[in-house]
Design a protein around this ligand. Structure first.
Ligand code: ATR
Length: 278
């Protein structure tokens, strides 16, 4: 049996085992997918242990908070998008070593375009945050056809560094990319993506509602109770609120395809998961 898992800390509430079990069922793939909590300073050892303790059956793992940077360091080969993000959420164990990829950004873009039904072509996107979560999605947002992506962060220097790292990647897509402080924003946006930890911390949405075009799509990467404050704020200001559940399922679908070579029915699994999560 091929084995996979999600590694994180904490990891007990992760929905990934359920999502991948459902993908496997629906595509007829034989695999097992579990969860493993790694010590905060012991990702590399936990990864090695997963590989050695499973008699060669381990084929890969997803990586979640706080290990996406450790996973990038542990990978012997990085995809272009993982190298740009400097963060990895999907590891594949192959004959020539450990391959690292990042499926978060394509997961977000697929959720917006396929599940929310909004084409990003020509859109103005505001990405809040410049930590690991924002780094994982900026490249695919720039490649999505968006006209302009503004990265706004509490600490301006981090937004500038993230934007500078992506400047060359934006060029072939003719996308404008710009760094701003949260309190120095002008204009209005079609799509707002909250990739800060503000929702998780129970803090207020860190930007004025003036940034929203009427009917804008406002997405928080969180889901469940953590996203509730942001979703209520978005609805109150005339935006279409969206939580991170669709991105979660879509990034998993991309990982599943990398591992198994089969595209699972993400929209169906998202609908089923939404019925469970509420
Ligand atoms: P993650 O991997 O989840 O992105 P991270 O790398 O620690 O976590 O980044 C957290 C992000 O949330 C950062 O952009 C952080 O802003 P700073 O760079 O200024 O620290 C942002 N953040 C956290 N709490 C916030 C809050 N209450 N308001 C605004 N931004 C916040």
């Amino acid at each position: 049996m091929d084995l996979y898992c999600v590694m994180g800390n904490p990891v007990e509430h992760s929905r990934s085992p359920w999502i991948h079990a459902r993908f496997a069922e629906l595509t007829g793939q034989a695999l097992e997918y579990g969860r493993r909590q790694a010590p905060v300073d012991g990702f590399a050892q936990a990864l090695a242990q997963f590989r050695t303790s499973t008699q060669g059956q381990a084929r890969g793992c997803n990586v979640t908070v706080p290990f996406k940077f450790d996973a990038a360091a542990a990978a012997e080969h990085l995809s272009d998008r993982a190298a740009l993000a400097q963060a990895v959420n999907c590891l594949s164990f192959r004959e020539d070593g450990v391959h690292g990829d990042n499926t978060d950004g394509v997961g977000l873009v697929n959720d917006i375009t396929r599940n929310a039904g909004l084409s990003l072509a020509g859109r103005d996107v505001l990405l809040l945050g410049a930590g690991g979560a924002a780094a994982g999605v900026l490249g695919p947002l720039l490649a999505s056809g968006a006209r302009r992506v503004v990265v706004a962060n509490r600490t301006l220097g981090k937004a500038i560094a993230l934007v500078q790292r992506h400047a060359a990647a934006a060029l072939p897509h003719h996308a404008e990319v710009e760094a701003r402080a949260l309190d120095d924003l002008s204009g209005q946006f079609d799509v707002l993506v909250n990739a800060t930890a503000s929702s998780l911390a129970g803090d207020a949405v860190p930007v004025s509602a003036d940034v929203l075009k009427p009917g804008a799509l406002a997405i928080d990467m969180m889901y469940g109770p953590a996203a509730a404050g942001f979703l209520a704020w978005a609805a109150r200001h005339g935006a279409t609120p969206r939580d991170g559940l669709g991105m979660l399922v879509e990034q998993a679908a991309e990982a599943f395809e990398i591992w198994r070579g089969v595209r699972p029915p993400a929209a169906q699994v998202l609908a089923e998961l939404r019925a469970i999560v509420g």
